[in-house]
Unconditional design. Structure first.
Length: 282
């Protein structure tokens, strides 16, 4: 009888213990149960998507199947306490955010604060290029001239041919000068004499088989717009006799001298006079 009571007491105690555990299970559910359940669902979805993508690639699919991130489980409505279960996060490639992701906007107003004007302001020039200033025409310039007969016939004497050449120098320019130098080119057999003129101080510059050159210090300046005439004696050291002939190469050139410098002439075409020396037969 005592043995039967011990078995009944043990059964009653076991029932009470089972009832207490079940009641605690209902009242205080295990907090890890919902998290384990969500983890299993998420893992099953990712695995299923990866298997489907592998199958499509294997059969020659042209589209690239990208597994989509599974939405959060609907039955998790509140943050769960931290557990020792491993967290799961699908791998995503590093790179710039997709078009669907929000981007940070620059600070400041989104529209310009002022509207651009179609025409420039009235106080600003319409072009950035400076207006070229016309170069003023010089009012002072050098322009000397010289004239002489185109040919000079010489007269025979006992031992040579002689004659006189009339030369005129002009100053149609508007700039004054110190002196009008004279550059003389002569045939090798000819000489000149500047006696009776203010031209003088000739210096030999060079000579060839046919011609010789010398430079003579010119006369004083000719008044602006005026002229001055000279007579230059010419001698050709050839004994008269024989047939007539002509010596060429005789030339007189005038240039302005300003303190030892020679400014450019405005019209150099009239600065030289060429003369042919004619030797008549005797």
């Amino acid at each position: 009888m005592e043995q039967r009571n011990e078995r009944a007491d043990w059964l009653a105690a076991a029932f009470d213990e089972l009832s207490t555990a079940g009641f605690q299970q209902v009242v205080d559910p295990d907090p890890d149960v919902p998290r384990r359940r969500a983890y299993r669902r998420l893992r099953n979805r990712v695995v299923s998507s990866g298997i489907a993508a592998a199958v499509l690639v294997a059969i020659g699919g042209v589209g690239l199947v990208r597994p989509l991130a599974a939405p959060p489980p609907t039955d998790v409505i509140a943050p769960l306490p931290a557990t020792d279960l491993p967290s799961f996060q699908p791998d995503t490639p590093a790179g710039p955010p997709t078009s669907g992701s929000p981007t940070s906007l620059p600070s400041g107003p989104s529209t310009p604060s002022a509207t651009a004007s179609a025409s420039p302001p009235a106080d600003r020039p319409t072009s950035s290029r400076p207006t070229p200033t016309p170069t003023p025409t010089p009012t002072r310039y050098v322009d000397l001239s010289i004239s002489a007969p185109r040919s000079l016939t010489l007269e025979p004497s006992d031992t040579a041919y002689t004659g006189t050449l009339d030369v005129t120098m002009g100053n149609p320019g508007t700039r004054s000068y110190d002196a009008g130098d004279l550059i003389v080119v002569l045939p090798a057999e000819a000489t000149i004499s500047l006696k009776g003129t203010n031209i003088g101080g000739c210096f030999h510059q060079g000579q060839t088989d046919d011609l010789k050159t010398m430079t003579c210090t010119g006369d004083g300046p000719i008044p602006l717009g005026g002229t001055r005439s000279y007579q230059i004696a010419v001698t050709v050291n050839i004994a008269p006799g024989g047939p007539a002939r002509t010596l060429t190469g005789f030339a007189l050139t005038v240039r302005a001298n300003v303190s030892g410098k020679f400014p450019a002439d405005r019209s150099p075409g009239d600065n030289t006079a060429g003369i042919d020396l004619k030797l008549p037969a005797s």
